[in-house]
Ligand binder design. Structure first.
Ligand SMILES: Cc1ncc(C[n+]2csc(CCOP(=O)(O)OP(=O)(O)O)c2C)c(N)n1
Ligand SMILES: [Mg+2]
Length: 203
C-alpha cells in the first residue's frame, strides 16, 4: 500500500493529541505511540487497501496509515473514542479489551479463506497481550489452519507499568524469535506513559 504519512507526520499527530489531552480537551484515555514509526511503516508496506486491520487501545498510527483522514481521526479522539477506534469503511477495528480483537480477527481470516478471497487480516497486539492464553490459541489455530492472518507483536516491554518479562520470568517473549512468516515482531521504546501524555490523569 502507498504510505500515506511520513514518520514526522505520525509523530506530529501524536504530539497534537498529547497537547489536547494535557489541555483537558480530551476527557477519555488516550494511548500514544512513539518510537515505532519506521517499523510500523514497514509493516504497512505489505498491507493493501482491502485488507483488514485489528488493533487494541493503541491504534492512531494504524488508522492514519490505513487512510483515515487526520482531521476525522482527531475529531473522534476529541469525542473520547481513542480507546476503541473503528472505521468499517477502512476495514479497521479496535477494542480496548486485552485480547478482545484476536478471535474476531481469526474469524474474519477464516471467512476470507472459506470464500477464496485474496485479502488478508493484520492483527496488532502488545507484548503482554502476546503472552495471554487467547493469543496462544488464536495464533496456533491460525497457523494450523493456514489462515490469511498476520500477527504483529509490538513490544514496548511493559503492560501498563508492569514488566512483561519479569511477570513471566522469561528473557525472551514466546514469539520474539519466531520463524513463522505470519508473525511479525518488533521492539520499540516510547517516550509516553502507558496512557495519557505526561500531565493530568495517567498511568
Ligand atoms: C481483559 C483486560 N484486562 C486488563 C485490561 C487493562 N489493560 C489495558 S492495556 C493493558 C496492558 C497490555 O499491555 P500490552 O499488551 O503490552 O500493550 P501496550 O499497552 O503496552 O501496547 C492492560 C492490562 C484490559 N483492558 N482488558
Ligand atoms: Mg506492552
Amino acid at each position: 500500500m502507498k504510505i500515506k504519512l511520513s514518520k514526522k507526520e505520525l509523530i506530529a499527530f501524536e504530539e497534537k493529541v498529547a497537547e489536547n489531552f494535557n489541555a483537558a480537551k480530551i476527557k477519555a484515555p488516550v494511548h500514544l505511540y512513539y518510537g515505532n514509526e519506521d517499523k510500523i511503516i514497514n509493516v504497512f508496506k505489505n498491507i493493501e487497501e482491502d485488507d483488514w486491520i485489528f488493533c487494541s487501545w493503541r491504534s492512531h498510527y494504524q488508522c492514519l496509515l490505513k487512510g483515515v483522514h487526520q482531521d476525522i481521526l482527531m475529531e473522534k479522539i476529541l469525542e473520547g473514542k481513542s480507546i476503541s477506534l473503528c472505521f468499517p469503511e477502512h476495514k479497521i477495528y479496535s477494542s480496548a479489551i486485552v485480547g478482545g480483537v484476536l478471535p474476531i480477527a481469526v474469524g474474519v481470516a477464516m471467512n476470507l479463506k472459506n470464500k477464496n478471497k485474496k485479502n488478508k487480516v493484520f492483527c496488532f497486539m502488545g507484548d503482554m497481550t502476546s503472552e495471554t492464553g487467547i493469543a496462544h490459541e488464536c495464533i496456533k489455530y491460525s497457523q494450523k489452519h493456514d489462515l490469511p492472518i498476520f500477527f504483529i507483536i509490538e513490544d514496548n516491554q511493559k503492560s501498563v507499568m508492569t514488566d512483561t518479562r519479569e511477570t513471566w520470568n522469561i528473557k525472551t517473549l514466546s514469539y520474539e524469535n519466531s520463524n513463522e512468516s505470519k508473525i511479525i515482531y518488533y521492539s520499540y521504546s516510547t517516550k509516553y506513559p502507558h496512557a495519557g501524555a505526561g500531565t493530568r490523569v495517567q498511568f
